[in-house]
Design a protein around this ligand. Structure first.
Ligand SMILES: [Cu+2]
Length: 312
């Protein structure tokens, strides 16, 4: 039931197993008022990518990869994103966040032509699991060509004294955060025949990548997934975890779960959230995850966690 053959990760320039944990935290400096200025560089490029063995897709990318870089900041940072368009079409970066109209990534506000550059600047808020995507028209075409990525804003624990431990566990770079196994999963799909229907579905682009190379999970450490749905042409997507239940934080903007003890959540287009679970009481083995739209599963969106004892 899974794809036959191998995708050439080296030719693609990205490896789905590495995309799971590959965060771009930018470069930081201090502003005169003591705040952190966090700067990112993102370039739009045309790139043909292999989405299933032997199936090439003419993608439009951010930084040459699909999904684009997983941008990660801390609540209250001043963000500066230098966006260059080396592609063949007009593009932008539209952030799901709080910002001025002139930073919105629509026409007249950071939608730029080939060869141009724009700098988006705004404050990192609210904390949560967000996304960015191109907002050029036709939007569905620009998005589904690969122009999307995860945009996570970690909570600043000092601003959340009532849930400080939860906030610290989310804050990248803290010992509390290092205890978690964090994974980025972008549910995407590809219309390879350009008929307005998807032929290939995945998390992080390559069909069945995590069936062929299961995601290793240490049994004694908790798991946190930043999950975003960017599938075009199908209104609904979902994730179901086998043999286990999880807590869910819708859009990641709260420090207590919005759903407790569920084994499936549904996401419409651009919906996202954070899943938290563990396998402490499980025996080691392969635990499947997939959407409950069975068609998507057979066309590439399915994976496995390989739960193992802690390596000493
Ligand atoms: Cu675009």
């Amino acid at each position: 039931m899974i794809t036959v053959g191998e995708v050439d990760d080296a030719r693609n320039g990205f490896d789905p197993s590495k995309l799971l944990t590959d965060w771009d935290t930018g470069s930081t400096s201090l502003l005169p008022d003591g705040r952190v200025l966090r700067s990112f560089e993102v370039t739009a490029k045309d790139r043909e990518i292999e989405i299933a063995p032997g199936i090439m897709f003419p993608a439009w990318t951010y930084n040459g990869r699909v999904p684009g870089p997983s941008l990660r900041a801390t609540e209250g940072d001043r963000l500066k994103i230098v966006f260059k368009n080396d592609g063949s079409h007009p593009h932008s970066m539209h952030f799901h966040g709080i910002h001025a109209a002139r930073m919105d990534g629509i026409s007249g506000a950071g939608l730029i032509g080939p060869g141009e550059e724009f700098v988006y600047e705004f404050d990192a808020k609210p904390f949560g699991c967000h996304l960015y995507h191109c907002h050029a028209l036709p939007l569905k075409r620009h998005m589904h060509k690969g122009m999307y990525g995860v945009f996570v804003i970690d909570p600043n624990p000092t601003l959340h004294p009532e849930h400080e431990a939860a906030a610290r566990s989310r804050l990248f770079g803290t010992p509390e955060n290092a205890g978690w196994q964090e994974l980025v999963m972008v549910m995407n799909a590809f219309d390879t025949s350009f008929d307005g229907e998807n032929e290939v579905y995945a998390v992080n682009t390559v069909a069945h990548a995590y069936v062929k190379k299961p995601i290793r999970i240490l049994r004694d450490r908790p798991v946190r997934i930043y999950l975003v749905n960017v599938v075009e042409f199908d209104p609904i997507n979902s994730i179901h975890l086998h043999g286990n239940f999880f807590d869910y934080y819708n859009q990641g903007t709260t420090l207590t779960p919005t759903l407790k003890t569920v084994d499936l959540i549904t996401q419409c287009q651009a919906e996202r959230g954070i899943l938290e679970f563990h396998f402490r009481e499980h025996e080691p083995g392969l635990y499947m995850f997939h959407p409950h739209q069975s068609e998507f599963t057979e066309l590439g969106w399915m994976g496995m966690f390989d739960v193992v004892e802690a390596v000493t």
